[in-house]
Design a binder for this molecule. Sequence first.
Ligand SMILES: [Zn+2]
Length: 667
Amino acid sequence: MLRAVAVLGLVLAACSSAREPHRVRKLPATDGLPALRVPGAKSPRIANYTIDAKLDPVHHTLLATQTLRWTNPGQSAVTHLPFHLYLNAFKNESSVFMRSSQGSFRDAEATASSWGWITIDSVQIDGAELAKTLRLPANAGADETVVELPLATPLAPGASIAIDFRYTAQLPEVFARTGYHGDFHLIGQWFPKIGVRTGPPGAEQWSCEPLHTFTEFFADFGTYDVTLSVPAAYVVAATGVLVAVQDQPGGTRTYTYKAEDVHDFAWMADPSMETTSGTAMVAGKPVAVRVLARPAQADFAKRHLAAAIGTIEKMSEWFVPYPWSTMTVIDPPPEAALGAGGMEYPTFVTTAGDSVFSRPGVRLPEYVTVHEVGHNWFQGILASNEPIEAWLDEGVNEWADAKVMAALYGPRGNAIDWMGWEADMFALRRAVAETPGTLPTPIAAAAYAFADETDYAEQTYGTPMLALRTLELTFGTTKFEAAMKTYATKHAFTHPTGRDLFAALEQGLGQELGWFIGPVFQHVGAARPAVRSAGCRHQHAPRGVFGSGAARTIVDDDDAPDTGSYACSVMVSNTGTIHVPLDIELEFADGSTERLHWDDRGHGSWQLFEVVRSSPLAEVHLDPDGKLLLAAPAELSYRVIGDGSASLRAGAWFSSGTQTLMQATGL
Ligand SMILES: [Zn+2]
């Protein structure tokens, strides 16, 4: 998901469309495509769902039956099965989610009349009714977002089981990814979803966290065969490919979707959406890409479509080829965008950013789409554990997104190119980031362990993005991109961890990276490079008294006159916790420059450089190419000659005009 959306949404509410009677839509064509672009299982398919759900869009309720076929993937027997019941996060103020969010999420508020919940009416194994045996986990307290089903007989390693459910759900008024707003229904995290077995072989445990305001999702790959029934006036879109659609007596229409090698399923129903379609080409085969938006947002739909196609093509080239046949982007109506926009599911994402400020060239809508579509790699294919390592999909994805923006919209003004202002996405992120080193929790922390939303958002999104970019620029883009491709290829359709990413980087970059990973990812802190002193003397041969006795000579100014050159010294220091090789540029009064390089790893935290030049030193620039993105930019320039005050403070590297614009757009 994209945190920036929170702030953006406030500009969206202006243009809600007038209500018109719903017309029954023409029966849509099926996709006529296999679920996978190249058929053949990509994953172990541990959790396989068949669901039949009926939406009542007036009361915003769901009635559903579901069969889950699950295989024990571990080497230890399983005695109970835990299921996420995410909709119970919105059931009452005692849920972990409502307590941790205080009823507010990304600036969207829970409303008093909009409680949401899910009730399991029946759960059966081999026809035996077990609903009465369902229990809350021992440490759940009053939270009902996880429920456990004890098994009468432990399920052996490798064995499979089928569980049949019947359930009723009330959708909340959307404010945290799922629910309705008027006629618009975005239905995510809506079905009982089994947890994941994690841990060393033979000692696996269930990973099935309650929903906390900062935690997202984690699930096993499998297949989904889902039939959705809605009134025929509604347009439906969902994860996977549409394989059948039929009108039923009574004005209902049923849509059947099939998805393979995905770990979630979400869908949308709305009477007013129109579809804008295009094609992405991946390894010579087409991926059907469509954006669903209401007519008032048609111009934005075209921008979202181009961004989605570009992201699929670039990320397929850079990481692993997009494996599925379709990609659906939902552009929620503005009044629902705060709650429903900016969220990712496999082959199905929601975007945002349609604002009066989002003129062509202010690529906020594009960026939200790039980010959400990008999640189809970083979490969709590389299915890391979001509650425990949120940075591993959000932060890595943000790094990749900024590169997609540069590839699609140019290296300089890819984020903003408007009225003479230009900003690329990395610079934009850096400009709006908290001062490095001021956040109290390291990047590598469980989502629920962060102090507050700023701490979580910065350390999960922006800081890891800038950390990866720093590594990329330090080692060179070609080498770094190759290492990331290896990581993606090796761990596709599994649950990689941060350790897997670091191992791939160490291998690809050809060195142990503890000097970087520890301070940057596992501890709090920043780099604090600074020019401690700098200055020049006139250069001449040594003067003074030399030798002794009869051989004693005195060398004075006449004997050793100034040569016309200058002996300059520069002392740099780093009092921070992060130490990265640093470039230093000396700029002399005659305009000439000289580059120095300070390794700054394991040699103490200062270094003295001395140079002789025909012109005195005017300025010192630390990190002149902007490779070290984990330091406060204000401290990187030092003026030797000039206005008397020693340091050149404040970000000359970024115009205040751009900052103003970013504040206006909320990024
Ligand atoms: Zn995200």
